[in-house]
Design a protein around this ligand. Structure first.
Ligand code: 5RP
Length: 274
């Protein structure tokens, strides 16, 4: 008997869209159930369409359950979500530097087998990284389309890179020299001319690369280190190089352990829900 694979492309588009929304919603409710303890008081809220369900799940706990909780946004959309749900809002610059959020929830554009992430599809990556790394626990919520063995497999638009507008031409040239295929300045939202402008007044460059190797690929497969030879990069090596390009403010790779314990102040999530 043949091995039968039901291709998602056989599912009508309208049904697929419903499946995606159901997947986001289920993942969000489960993540909140597992990771929002009643003792928590400071919670980071990310950006994007999946986080809408995270906030919905939190609001569904009721005013009594959330009365002592303060919510820290990652941008204008996130701020609106918190306020519309009637939750208490505060900004990350008001959090004493020596203290941490109890947990932060956020979406992702792609998640690899080691829980490295591509983020920034909604242009909020800089504040998202600030909030994720300020949290003791960072939890990623996504739908089934986002999981890949290697970053750059399903999210083909490229790694979002937040740049100082006047640095954009030089950053683009450097990205091409590093092997990015057709890096581009992200255009404004429909109806808006020019480049997209982030909440921080920056631009976004989307830089596609060949799917990124994991550190363990080199150990297990005898593959060359992924240091950019032939345009092949290991996720950590690429991230370390991208962040050092003059004019780059932040990158949409949430990777490695940032030299810290995974459960505290790291860029990677402690758990990803799909
Ligand atoms: C925004 C992000 C989002 O978390 C990411 O783009 C996922 O968005 P969505 O939940 O709408 O798929 O990083 O900058």
């Amino acid at each position: 008997p043949a091995l039968l694979v039901t291709s998602s492309s056989a599912i009508p588009a309208e049904e697929q869209a419903k499946l995606v929304e159901t997947s986001k919603r289920l993942a969000a409710y489960q993540a909140v159930k597992d990771h929002l303890l009643s003792s928590y008081t400071r919670i980071g809220i990310g950006s994007g369409s999946t986080v809408v369900y995270v906030v919905e799940a939190i609001a569904a706990l009721g005013p009594a359950a959330t009365a002592d909780m303060i919510f820290y946004p990652t941008g204008a959309q996130s701020e609106d979500l918190i306020e519309a749900a009637g939750l208490r809002l505060q900004y990350i610059n008001k959090l004493p530097a020596a203290e941490q959020l109890d947990v932060a929830f956020d979406g992702a554009d792609e998640v690899d087998a080691d829980l490295n992430l591509i983020k920034g599809g909604g242009a909020c990556l800089w504040q998202e990284k600030l909030v994720a790394t300020a949290a003791k626990r960072f939890v990623c919520v996504a739908d089934f389309r986002k999981l890949s063995a290697r970053l750059g497999t399903s999210w083909k638009k490229g790694i979002p890179i937040e740049v100082l507008p006047m640095a954009a031409p030089r950053v683009l040239a450097e990205l091409k020299a590093m092997g990015s295929h057709n890096p581009r300045i992200r255009p404004g939202l429909p109806g808006k001319a020019g480049a997209i402008v982030t909440d921080n007044g920056m631009w976004i460059i989307d830089a596609p690369f060949t799917p990124l190797l994991l550190p363990r690929d080199a150990e297990e497969g005898g593959i060359k280190a992924g240091n950019g030879d032939n345009g092949v990069w290991q996720v950590d090596a690429l991230a370390d190089k991208l962040i050092k390009i003059p004019g780059v403010a932040e990158i949409g790779l949430f990777y490695g352990n940032n030299g810290l314990e995974i459960a505290s102040g790291a860029q990677k999530p402690v758990a990803a829900y799909f």
